[in-house]
Design a protein around this ligand. Structure first.
Ligand SMILES: *Cc1c(COP(=O)(O)O)cnc(C)c1O
Length: 370
């Protein structure tokens, strides 16, 4: 009881003895400050809900029973999601605190020593991080140089590694590519003997495509979505549709009250006004078309086709262009650091007409400076 702090191990000693080497070696996920910047780095919807809806939402949230735990079955919210977001009859959804949490639940429920998770790369980094945290091995299969899916390489890697989960971001983040639906279904079929295929449709509101309706054909298909990119990133709500028997297993590793009552109430309210968000998404798709054309017209800029609410471009020197954009108060994502295939690439969230114009002007200035 008379020990002085000096008798205890230092934090460095504790960390060396306690924290897994895998985790010690990671860098913290760095989110740069966007204070005073045009923020085009995180695929957020730039539009707010109209004032009248916000007021009504405020009244609705005021009625949420903050003193009570949520009712953990979330039956009504799940029913509303199923009926309004095209979940096939007989299929159910599981809710997550963002789809990040769903990815982590998938990893936890499937992890066993020696088992593997596979995805094309570059893709969403949480597939790898979450798999490794849960003790699964991760296998990345490079996309082709034009950032399309390399189906033969995928099938060969799957046959070799027999992944328990294969993730396909559809459309893919950070490239914006929409993989061929036939290729995706080939992969679902190939995986059937040993694993699940999770089709991550985070950008579905901006793509003319979804595999939700394919669920009844494949017991091993899971379709995951989020309301984040649609305009509700702040409420943290993701959902995942699959055969109910499968979802019951994943539900066992779900933290019991993972959706808080404010998120639940806000989501129920917004689902009544889905048309507003869908109109915003349609507007962003038109802006994407315009922005893509304007970028393609710039000397030295290569634009990759995108089915999401962001555009990936290649410039002569991404490091310099990124810094020059920051100097002009525009924050995009320097994707060049993410993967060898993305050398000199920047990822830009599609935003309002004004913000897109501000970005274009800044980019032109940055390119002239090179
Ligand atoms: C943004 C994103 C997510 C995460 O969504 P949250 O629901 O906000 O956690 C999942 N998958 C992909 C591909 C994304 O880009």
């Amino acid at each position: 009881m008379n020990k002085s702090p000096a008798d205890f191990p230092s934090c460095e000693q504790l960390i060396a003895g306690v924290i897994r080497p895998l985790v010690r070696d990671w860098h913290s996920y760095h989110v740069p400050s966007a204070q005073g910047m045009v923020k085009l780095d995180a695929m957020e919807n730039p539009y707010e809900l109209p004032a009248a809806l916000r007021e009504e939402l405020g009244r609705r949230l005021a009625q949420a029973p903050l003193n009570r735990y949520p009712v953990p079955s979330y039956t009504r919210l799940k029913q509303e999601i199923c009926s309004k977001l095209d979940v096939p009859a007989g299929y159910d959804v599981l809710l997550g605190n963002g789809s990040d949490e769903l990815i982590s639940m998938l990893s936890q429920a499937c992890s066993m020593p020696g088992r593997k998770v596979l995805s094309p790369e570059p893709s969403f980094v949480m597939y790898q991080i979450s798999a490794q945290v849960a003790g699964l091995e991760y296998v990345g299969v490079p996309l082709r140089a034009d950032l399309t899916l390399d189906l033969p390489a995928m099938l060969a890697a799957m046959a070799l590694h027999r992944p328990v989960i294969t993730y396909l971001s559809y459309p893919n983040n950070p490239t914006g590519t929409l993989f061929d639906a036939a290729d995706v279904l080939r992969i679902v079929e190939a995986a059937a003997p040993y694993g699940l295929v999770v089709v991550d449709e985070a950008y579905q509101p901006f793509a003319d495509a979804s595999l939700m309706s394919a669920l009844p054909q494949f017991n091993n298909l899971v379709v995951m979505r989020t309301v984040s990119k649609l305009g509700l990133a702040g409420i943290r709500l993701g959902y995942m549709a699959a055969a109910p028997a499968l979802l019951r297993e994943f539900d066992k590793v779900r933290p019991p009250y993972n959706i808080n009552v404010l998120t639940e109430a806000a989501a129920l309210f917004v689902l009544e006004h889905l048309d507003t968000l869908q109109a915003q998404a349609a507007q962003l798709c038109r802006a994407r078309t315009a922005l893509t054309a304007q970028l393609a017209a710039l000397d030295g800029v290569e634009v990759f086709p995108s089915a999401a609410n962001f555009v990936l471009i290649r410039v002569p020197d991404a490091e310099k262009v990124f810094a020059a954009l920051v100097a002009r108060k525009v924050l995009v994502k320097n994707a060049g650091k993410m993967h060898a295939l993305l050398q000199n690439c920047l990822r830009i969230t599609v935003s309002t007409e004004q913000e897109n114009a501000a970005f274009l002007a800044a980019l032109q200035g940055a390119l002239e400076e090179l």
